[in-house]
Design a protein. Structure first.
Length: 363
């Protein structure tokens, strides 16, 4: 094992043991309460008091960071590792094969989970809600994932992750257009900072005879931005549905929409569709691990983070995924960690902070 990776492993293990001992000291038993956590956080429970228990413990014990903040950071870390795994799998498959496999695998994971946590009976949904979820699956899963994975292959994990900072400004801008939400001046400044940070990391100097550095293709940044934008579209268009439909059933129907649209696209384009080819290939373990962490486990932790802390705090902490991706790509994939990447990351994250801070501020 690489000494750098060994030190990282021992550091994470020590921090995990420290957090676990703190939880036990304050009466929180994380592993003994997993089923309660799933039912009360991810289910359709009406016992609102149970949601506030960890937060109340943290406030009374004057802990600086609560369970919600830990879960939001964990979600960002899980997604960062998923992106690294997807990048590794990209050496063995094209983006279309990866999108197909991860959609099928995520659907197979969501199906028993929805039955176990929320019951086998499908909740009542109108035809409009079902169609919105199916279209959201087409836009936010099939198209968005395809462009995002394509960008990973072209410009690497670090640059693709930094371009993901555009997600919050896209969501805020689309909410203003689609849902009629207001946009204050400081949010516009924040959006400009995010865009400026992405432009900074994607800017390419004109080559001369002395410079031999090969710049990443600008097409990769366009694919990454397009993937993030389509993800935001797929989320904003079902915002009202998310308040009425249980989480796992919502994810199940939405994933089904992405799956069906892929089969329709395949039949129209007459592409060969063989998921067993993916299973037999060398990069299957990277793709399976990335799908499990990125499409399944991080989704549950993401919802749990929003339940145990405010939406604005959870959103800001989720955006640290770009920083995790940047450093993990340098640590594990040996991608260059340049001054321009670091400055661009700081500029983009400061813009994200402004967008989310003034989104939650009263008008």
């Amino acid at each position: 094992m690489c000494p750098r990776i060994r030190r990282l492993f021992y550091s994470v293990r020590r921090q995990t043991a420290t957090h676990y001992s703190q939880w036990l000291r304050f009466g929180v038993k994380p592993f003994a309460n997993i089923r309660m956590l799933a039912q009360h956080i991810l289910g359709d429970s009406t016992d609102k008091k149970a949601y506030n228990t960890p937060l109340e413990l943290n406030k009374t014990q004057n802990m600086e960071i609560g369970l919600g903040e830990i879960l939001s950071l964990l979600c960002a870390l899980l997604w960062a590792f998923a992106v690294i795994f997807y990048r590794q799998a990209g050496d063995h498959y094209d983006a279309y094969e990866m999108t197909l496999f991860k959609t099928v695998f995520a659907f197979l994971l969501m199906l028993p989970t929805a039955f176990l946590i929320e019951g086998p009976q499908m909740p009542e949904m109108t035809q409009q809600q079902i169609w919105l979820l199916l279209i959201s699956g087409f836009v936010g899963i099939m198209l968005a994932d395809f462009f995002y994975l394509k960008a990973l292959q072209l410009i690497g994990a670090g640059l693709t992750g930094l371009t993901g900072s555009l997600y919050s400004p896209f969501v805020v801008g689309l909410s203003m257009i689609w849902l009629g939400e207001s946009l204050v001046f400081m949010q516009i400044i924040g959006m400009a900072l995010v865009i400026g940070g992405v432009i900074l990391i994607s800017y390419r100097r004109r080559k001369n005879r002395i410079t031999t550095h090969e710049h990443p293709p600008i097409k990769g940044f366009i694919y990454a931005a397009l993937g993030v934008f389509l993800t935001a579209v797929g989320i904003v268009m079902i915002k009202d549905v998310t308040e009425e439909v249980p989480f796992f059933w919502l994810m199940l129907v939405r994933t089904f929409g992405g799956l069906i649209s892929m089969f329709v696209f395949n039949s129209l384009m007459r592409k060969s569709l063989n998921i067993f080819h993916v299973i037999r290939s060398k990069g299957r373990n990277w793709l399976i691990a990335g799908t499990f962490l990125g499409q399944y486990l991080s989704a549950m932790v993401w919802v749990a983070g929003y339940k145990y802390t405010s939406a604005s705090v959870a959103s800001i902490l989720n955006e640290t995924a770009s920083i995790f991706i940047l450093f993990l790509s340098w640590l594990l994939l040996k991608e260059a960690l340049t001054r321009r990447k670091l400055i661009g990351a700081m500029v983009s994250l400061s813009g994200v902070y402004l967008v989310l801070l003034y989104q939650s501020a009263p008008a």
